[in-house]
Design a protein around this ligand. Structure first.
Ligand code: ADP
Length: 499
């Protein structure tokens, strides 16, 4: 998931990430709004007394990110009213809050309206190719086939994603963003929370799920800790939607020792608890070493620089002012190329039209992350690269943008000429971004053992699941994953419980 953090330059990386200083997001989705999420005592939705005197719900969902909130809404709309969403942090939304690119989806109502030709099978093919054919083709097909309906479902909830752009590895414009082209997370999370509030589904913040309760082979509840108090909650079904592990460096390095010392784009609740709980309950974890690093992270603030900026024409240059790779290639390849450059970093360079087209840039600018110049020469001086070299780089790039062919690095997407005038640059390098591995599931979101048997009562959705993206996730596919599978798991569980 992508972060849209801002911070004062004096705040350390760790403290900033822990402080979750999301631009505007905290205010929109912070604890205060959650008071309204708790059901009134008399609305019939509060947990009933459980077997051992504790509470009991039909469905307990661990995690209030996009996957968890979507699951709650769809389960409710399918007829289950006794639902509890647990959130360990003081605010809801998880990494989904910071998601900056958008939601990839095919054959959507908005693509049709805008005359964009696409197909579910092409989306699936490009997703599998982007993951170097290591993703689970059945899960990928399911995700792509259900992506258009998920866009329509969100639209019905008042979440309109009709500004469509490209992300690396996709040949068709299918990354759906809010109408004004702003970061998707800031529209998605408040929109889902509103729907949750309207349904009076309880979201319990500061409530940390510690362990799954089992009766024989079946999962029957969750042990939680809330403000130092431990208690049990019984459930007919538990849905793990607890996100990834990027903020737990011990767990990251357990699976990927080579990532020691990397910054993370993840919010501090992304501690991998769901993997540990599921594994202890007998679920298989797949592809856990597939932790995606993102190529454009501003290091001092662990601030992810949205991929749409490259899609709108930005280039990456090294400390010599030279381009070195196809900026629109997949994240793994761009990251690797960056690390080979002197100092292991790049400058993401763009002009005024890119600045104006991407609302996020204004936020990065306010946070002090953007270096400016009134011309190429002034920018070159500010970022200490040779002015003639940077000018030649931009002139060469501009020449290629006009002939409609791929450039010398194979870039054939988002080739948009730089205009004269103000120039901007952000210093970037790779950072820990997304756990692509996780709990093995099937298309019913059932958590599976190593032999492929579903664990009764246990489901999972979102980043906590594994195998969909293989060894490289395409930008915009995380939101597609959490929305398609979040919506799906709610429906599947509700159908099972109301049969
Ligand atoms: P996804 O994109 O899959 O929805 P997110 O990162 O957006 O994932 O959301 C996952 C949420 O789960 C985060 O808000 C995180 O703080 C929360 N979470 C993680 N572990 C626990 C836990 N043990 N108990 C309760 N909430 C948790």
């Amino acid at each position: 998931m992508n972060s849209e953090n801002s911070a004062s330059s004096t705040v350390s990386r760790r403290r900033f990430v822990a402080g979750m200083g999301a631009l505007g997001v905290a205010g929109a989705v912070g604890g205060a709004s959650l008071v309204g999420c708790s059901p009134k005592a008399d609305d019939g939705k509060k947990g009933k007394k459980g077997g051992k005197g504790g509470e009991a719900f039909d469905i307990v969902i661990v995690g209030s990110g996009g996957a968890g909130l979507s699951a709650a809404i769809s389960a409710y709309d399918k007829g289950v009213k006794s639902i509890l969403v647990l959130e360990k942090m003081p605010m809801t939304g998880g990494n989904t809050n910071y998601s900056s690119s958008g939601m990839n989806a095919s054959e959507t109502m908005f693509q049709k309206e805008q005359g964009i030709e696409d197909s579910n099978s092409l989306f699936a093919e490009e997703t599998l190719t982007g993951g170097h054919d290591t993703g689970d083709s059945e899960l990928v097909k399911f995700m792509c086939d259900n992506s258009g309906p998920a866009i329509a479902w969100l639209n019905d909830l008042g979440i309109k994603l009709d500004s469509i752009t490209l992300t690396g590895g996709m040949s068709v414009k299918r990354c759906h963003r809010p109408t004004d082209g702003s970061a998707v997370g800031k529209t998605l999370v408040p929109g889902l929370l509103k729907a949750v509030e309207e349904r009076k589904i309880e979201v319990r913040i500061n409530c940390d799920a510690k362990e799954l309760i089992k009766d024989g082979d079946a999962v029957t509840g969750v042990k939680v800790e809330e403000k130092g108090k431990a208690y049990d909650i019984a459930a007919k079904a538990v849905i793990l939607a607890s996100g990834g592990l990027g903020a737990n460096i011990d767990m990251v390095t357990k699976y990927r020792p080579d990532l020691k010392g990397y910054v993370t784009t993840n919010q501090s609740g992304a501690t991998g608890d769901g993997y540990a709980m599921a594994e202890a309950a007998g679920a298989e974890l797949v592809q856990m070493d597939q932790i995606q690093i993102h190529p454009t992270v501003q290091q001092e603030h662990s601030q992810l620089i949205a991929e749409g900026i490259r899609g709108a024409g930005a280039i990456l240059v090294n400390s010599e002012g030279k381009r070195f790779f196809n900026e629109m290639s997949t994240r793994d390849k761009v990251s690797a190329a960056e690390l080979e450059q002197p100092g292991g970093f790049a400058w993401e360079v763009f002009d005024q039209q890119v600045y104006d087209k991407n609302k996020a840039v204004g936020n990065y600018d306010k946070a002090g992350l953007v270096v400016k110049g009134a011309s190429v020469a002034e920018l070159a001086e500010a970022i200490k690269v040779d002015a003639a070299t940077l000018k030649a780089t931009i002139d060469t790039y501009n020449a290629v943008t006009t002939d409609g062919k791929a450039d010398e690095f194979g870039r054939d997407k988002g080739l948009i000429a730089f205009a004269e005038g103000s120039m901007y640059a952000i210093k970037v390098a790779p950072g820990i971004h997304h756990e692509m591995g996780g709990i093995r599931i099937n298309v019913k979101n059932e958590a599976l053992t190593a032999s492929g048997t579903p664990i009764k009562g246990l489901y999972a959705a979102g980043e906590v699941t594994g195998g969909i993206h293989g060894n490289n996730r395409i930008g915009g596919n995380a939101i597609c994953d959490i929305e398609v599978f979040g919506k799906n798991v709610g429906e599947v569980v509700a159908t099972a419980l109301t049969k």
